[in-house]
Design a protein around this ligand. Sequence first.
Ligand SMILES: [Zn+2]
Length: 389
Amino acid sequence: MCLQTNCPVCNTPVAEAFFVLTDVPVICNQLWPDDDAARNAPKGDVELCVCETCGFIWNRAFDPQRMQYAPGYENALHFSPKFQVFAEDLAEGLVERFGLHGKPIVEIGCGDGHMLDLMVQKGVASATGFDPSMKDVASPFTERDGVSICPEYFGVQHLDQRFEAILCRHVLEHLDKPLKLAQDIRQVIGERDVPIYFEVPNADWMLRAVSMWDVIYEHVGYWTAPSVTTLFERAGFEIVSVQEGYGDQFLMVEARPAAPDPTAVGPGVDAVVQSARSFGEAANAELKLWRSRLSADAGRTVIWGAGSKGITFANALGSGADTLAAMVDLNTRKHELIVPGIAVPVVAPEKLMEIEPDLVLISNTQYQAEIEQQVRDLGLQPDFAVIAG
Ligand SMILES: [Zn+2]
């Protein structure tokens, strides 16, 4: 395997990984029709490194060739009320701060166009999104006048597109060459003063909270304030603000074009490096604890919540996963499909009456009380435990 041992942002070589997960599903939300297919699902290793120069964290074992999405990929966006409020405030704030009333904007990696629709609602003249995954896919968010999605990658070939701001949300973490995208965008902007807004999962938060099950193969990069600052300053932007939002889980960057500074480094790198080392120690201890707890006499175990967190957790258990009978989920589209790697079925809550689990692991703390009640209402009395992190 070819390891990416030089930092993709600043090219500093890094000697060792601080956190390793082996043989995790390459696409953890992709469920499979039968056991064999699930067992043979593409797997890869995660070897997280931290750059001591710029604070960027990346999976040096990431192989972009493996990222092939197949039918069965479950990527439905369930907008919680909390997310809806966040997105509306964001759109309104961007229109105000960037002075975008009556102006055209573009979004790179727009998904189904939810944010494009909000931006037009908040006053921009038009919002054009670019996203190759939207080829032949219909979306309810493109019905409003001014909203459109171009199902291809955004690049220098779109120089003729009119735009007064560029948005890009939850894209950078998937790129093994993030500097290239930032430089391409800078080239497209040219001499004009076009502001940009980037949003990524906040790795500073992930490290602080030891949220180890947010580490998934699909994310090659984990962005911190210093690394994202380094990226944009080197590509030719001046940072306006880097803020944490959405319960500190997102990092939100606003920047404007400037002259590139090829040696720039954002402040706060030492704290990130320290924080990464602590995360590695805590996460490894946690993993060891779960493995011994579940391989010891745990009886039949189920995990409630067949999302990426629960699926990554189950696959990281190794032989500890032998006691795992099923994963429970409320999403009916997942039922009777098989989890990649460990190959256990996803079932409806009622199935627990047949399984009679001894232990129910809860993958989302937020719903703990609700889930425990639901299980007791089925007449069952298992132990409960929350998958922390
Ligand atoms: Zn670096």
